[in-house]
Design a protein around this ligand. Structure first.
Ligand SMILES: Nc1ncnc2c1ncn2[C@@H]1O[C@H](COP(=O)(O)OP(=O)(O)OP(=O)(O)O)[C@@H](O)[C@H]1O
Length: 249
């Protein structure tokens, strides 16, 4: 579904992504991990066609760089980690924009669209703030509204940059379980920092370090102190609890 062939990105003289090759299937939940500055966001943006890169990023047989904005939007959804709110639309209006994205410019949304948008907010536990302006929500509420919006775009590929970073543990679990369920029918690639939120939710973990992929496999293979310690530069202990791997640092 997605094929990265020798992808490199530099900013000025500084190499950021260095010859990354990666094959991603049509479905599945993939976590992209690594320390600050490893190149995770840049790689995700390159996959989304938002970052110019050397090498090839191929999506569904076509080079991402050659797709129009509309074609890209049909194939993938990108959720950035610092979505800025510079307007005062309500949460519902914001989600509705995703539903209405396929319509003509002057077409109004239908009652079915509104029902769909409200349902998405309900699923993410933010129905109670539907009419509240986005820039007045807490960061966790706002993040759940963005996820609701992602959900409604219904694209076959979801690229999510730290989607659970502002969520409390109840919603981290709910959102990760939701992604896992969705990943049966689409490809979900998420940049993650919490190493305890991987096993049980993601079937594959890709570890980046200094612009390269240094480990790639199931959580039980990658979440190894011998692999993680040199990359993160800190001591790590691996525990098994309640059928899941936990990483203590
Ligand atoms: N537009 C840019 N101009 C210059 N340097 C950049 C730019 N974007 C990213 N970088 C640099 O590239 C490197 C990788 O950044 P990136 O945001 O991809 O890392 P990351 O793995 O997502 O980090 P984090 O975990 O901190 O979010 C960093 O050293 C960063 O400073």
């Amino acid at each position: 579904m997605i094929s990265l062939q020798e992808v490199s990105v530099s900013f000025g003289q500084k190499p950021c992504i260095q010859g990354v090759s990666l094959e991603l299937e049509e479905t599945g939940a993939i976590a992209l991990i690594g320390p600050n500055g490893a190149g995770k966001t840049t790689l995700l943006r390159a996959i989304a066609g938002l970052q110019e890169a050397e090498g090839r990023v191929v999506l569904d047989g076509a080079a991402v760089s050659g797709l129009s904005v509309k074609e890209r939007a049909q194939k993938l959804t990108y959720l950035g980690n610092s979505e800025e709110v510079v307007f005062d639309f309500s949460a519902l209006e914001c989600v509705l924009m995703a539903v209405a994205a396929g319509r003509g410019f002057f077409e109004l949304e239908s009652e079915a669209d509104v029902a769909k948008a409200r349902q998405a907010l309900e699923v993410l536990g933010v129905a109670h703030v539907a009419d509240q302006a986005l820039n007045t929500l807490s960061s966790g509420e706002r993040q759940r509204v963005w996820i609701a919006r992602t959900l409604l775009k219904n694209a076959p590929v979801w690229l999510l940059d730290e989607p659970t970073s502002n969520l409390d543990i109840k919603y981290q679990r709910r959102v990760l379980e939701f992604f896992k369920e969705e990943s049966k029918e689409r490809l979900v690639v998420a940049v993650m920092h919490d190493l305890n939120a991987l096993d049980g939710f993601f079937e594959r973990v890709v570890l980046m370090h200094e612009g390269r992929i240094v480990a790639d496999g199931p959580p039980s293979d990658v979440l190894e102190p011998a692999i993680l310690e040199p990359v993160y530069g800190t001591r790590i202990q691996r525990l098994q609890a309640d059928g899941r791997l936990a990483i203590l640092w």
